[in-house]
Design a protein around this ligand. Structure first.
Ligand code: PRX
Length: 662
């Protein structure tokens, strides 16, 4: 797969060495790389023992004899909820705030709550007892369909405490999606809420559960309903108020240890077929890696930091870096229910100011949105508490990286660009703050204990400067243990392309120093006239133009070149005004095409650039390139049900008169 084009792409040579003062206090160290390289099993065993409390120690670290089915720490036993809650209280930290909850409303329905570890302990014990009272036990699966409220954390930990794997379904998914997930995992109970607050209004959740249960027989015996908005809800005889169930339950619950390989959760993610994959993770290895990475990558110091991960608990980032990682470490964190622009575009920065947040972990799409809104907005708030910034979910373009560092991080905060997946469970590739000299736009290298490579079509490692497919070449503790109920699909999807290597589905290249640059999903890599081009790199080139806020690139079928580059671009506020005043949209398109040609090479010059007001995104912020491809190829736009805002496609289609094509 390596091609001259790939080798020429990207010429980022800015580098930001760590500040010695940061290094002096950092959890991550250079020595960790050497220790892990010398003996990675004992490195992970040390992490498991030093970061977690085991009710029964393990004697075996890794069994890979039945590859690709791994076991880690298999004869050890532990309880995930005990590790995330009880032991911090036992260590005398019961008064430490676990969660600063910030509800979205700021009016008379406003709700902010500071929940200490002691309070979390009390709630998790009652919830665990309530679940047991309803007949849920070890091995029973529970669906959780909740907004971003503390009860979501309590519900997950209560399930973990009794050994009932949870399947959290993002609150933005439809009744149809919920129904298929409930049935696939054979859930016995659902935990939901009457609703939550989003974009300035109460939005209902319970009706979707009612619809999901009515659709097809599910085997669900009870539905626990948290009261959040106070909206009227239809009620059936399977429904029980969460508050009532907890009040009726015993206040104390003794956590028992489970085998390290006991399933902790199932999380559905989309694959290449229409059927979502139930990725499942187990207890000991997963908890080890998320606690370790939250310590060394986010550099969390639980005594002093206030950490904030802006993801939703419905995604893997929320599982690993809101619930299990930070809580296993006894951290204090912010949890925010709503959108970044409710009631104003400075809401996030206001929360950071109010809670003196020190570590912020968010997604590039959010950063680019804030760039679009303008830097005068964060400038109104005191962000001086921030000392580490993180990014996850897609490549962060160098220009967005620089903006993030300069405007949000005062030009000093290290940025960790973390590559990982639902399947990997925890962070795999990332700089370590205080250790790594940072390169804007690159996730850089595998963290200590993890081994990745970039290979060509024949599974051969490409040299520095080459491009190919990202693989993981050694098992890792938080790796998925399979696809729920479908071991063949697990083998086929991840292990058949390159036998013995985990195929992540991402394209990547190594620069001349061996840093890894993620190029997007392999299906987002285009082939133009036999040259391989990455959507990410062209997007990055476009975003580096001062008039561009956000860009999405797709490869559209082209009779001559195989695929052609089509770009959709959102302009920055001042550029929009300029275009509106001078009507120079068409000139600007030409300017942007030339800019891409200058940044990457004439081969990457988009055939077509469409200036749009919005891009179609899923609720988790991923751009739906499939829909853009439909527009670029003049097709009827396909299924838009997973769009956060289903009117966006109409907006794009009606705005197409501002495009140019040659
Ligand atoms: O393509 C990669 C991209 O997100 C995919 C995983 O998506 P998901 O399972 O939803 O998990 C997202 C949160 C971990 C990957 O295959 N991705 C994730 N992080 C990065 C990234 N691409 C580039 N750089 C990243 N830092």
């Amino acid at each position: 797969m390596s091609s001259p084009t790939l080798e020429n792409l990207g010429h980022e040579d800015r580098s930001f060495p760590p500040d010695p003062a940061f290094t002096a206090q950092a959890n991550g160290t250079t020595a960790m790389y050497a220790a892990a390289d010398a003996d990675y099993e004992s490195f992970w065993a040390d992490q498991a023992r030093s970061r977690l409390t085991w009710s029964k120690d393990f004697t075996e670290v890794l069994d890979w004899s039945k590859a690709p089915f791994a076991t880690w720490f298999a004869d050890g036993e532990l309880n995930a909820a005990y590790n995330c809650v009880d032991r911090h209280v036992e260590a005398g930290h019961g008064d430490r705030v676990a969660i600063h909850f910030v509800g979205e409303p700021t009016d008379d329905t406003a709700d902010t709550r500071d929940i200490t570890y002691a309070e979390l302990h009390a709630q998790v014990q009652r919830a665990a007892n309530a679940l047991q009272d309803l007949g849920v036990g070890k091995g029973d699966t529970v669906a959780i369909y909740l907004p971003m409220i503390p009860e979501a954390v309590v519900a997950m930990l209560a399930c973990a405490r009794i050994g009932a794997p949870h399947s959290v379904v993002f609150g933005g998914f439809s009744a149809e999606a919920l129904n298929s997930r409930i049935r696939d995992a054979k859930c016995k109970l659902v935990i939901t809420a009457d609703g939550g607050y989003r974009r300035g209004a109460a939005s209902a959740l319970k009706p979707a559960v009612d619809e999901a249960l009515a659709k097809a027989p599910t085997g669900v015996e009870h539905v626990l309903v948290v009261k959040r908005t106070g909206a009227e809800v239809a009620w059936t005889d399977v429904d029980i108020w969460w508050e009532d169930a907890l009040a009726a339950a015993d206040a104390t619950h003794v956590a028992v240890g489970f085998e390290a390989e006991h399933p902790l959760f199932i999380l559905y993610t989309s694959g290449t077929t229409g059927k979502p994959k139930g990725i499942f993770h187990t207890t000991g290895g997963y908890l080890t890696q998320v606690a370790y990475t939250n310590a060394v990558v986010h550099d969390v110091h639980p005594e002093t930091d206030v950490y904030w991960c802006t993801a939703d608990v419905g995604w893997v980032t929320g599982h690993s870096y809101i619930v299990y990682g930070p809580l296993a470490n006894g951290a204090t964190q912010v949890m925010y229910e709503g959108t970044p622009d409710t009631p104003h575009q400075g809401r996030w920065w206001e929360i950071i100011q109010d809670h003196k947040v020190t570590i912020l972990y968010t997604a590039p799409t959010a950063i680019r949105t804030c760039m679009k809104w303008g830097e005068s907005i964060p400038a109104k708030f005191d962000l001086s508490s921030l000392r580490v910034l993180g990014s996850v979910g897609e490549s962060i373009n160098p220009e967005a990286w620089m903006w993030y560092r300069r405007v949000i991080g005062a030009g000093t905060a290290p940025i960790v660009d973390t590559w990982w997946q639902t399947e990997t469970g925890g962070i795999m590739i990332s700089p370590l703050p205080g250790v790594t000299a940072l390169k804007p736009g690159s996730a850089q290298r595998a963290i200590p204990g993890i081994s990745v490579d970039v290979v060509d079509d024949e599974a051969k490692s490409v040299p520095d400067g080459g491009g190919g497919y990202l693989v993981v070449d050694k098992p890792w503790p938080a790796m998925l243990r399979g696809i729920w109920g479908d071991p063949e699909r697990y083998q086929e999807t991840y292990w058949s392309r390159f036998p013995g290597l985990y195929f992540a589905g991402d394209g990547a290249k190594k620069d001349s120093e061996g840093n890894i640059w993620l190029l997007g999903r392999v299906d987002d890599v285009m082939n133009v006239s036999g040259h391989r081009l990455s959507t990410t790199e062209i997007e990055s080139a476009l975003v580096s133009h001062p008039k561009v806020a956000e860009a999405a690139v797709v490869g559209a079928a082209d009779a001559t070149t195989g695929q052609a580059v089509c770009a959709f671009v959102i302009l920055r506020g001042d550029a929009v005004q300029e275009v509106d005043e001078k009507g120079e949209g068409v000139d600007l398109v030409q300017e942007l095409r030339n800019h891409v040609a200058k940044e990457i090479g004439p081969i990457a010059k988009p055939r077509q650039i469409m200036i749009v007001k919005e891009l179609p995104k899923t609720r988790s912020g991923k751009i739906m390139r499939r829909l853009l491809r439909d527009v670029a190829e003049h097709r009827e736009v396909g299924d838009v049900t997973t769009l956060a805002d289903s009117t966006v496609m109409d907006l794009i289609k009606t705005g197409l008169d501002t495009t140019s094509e040659d």
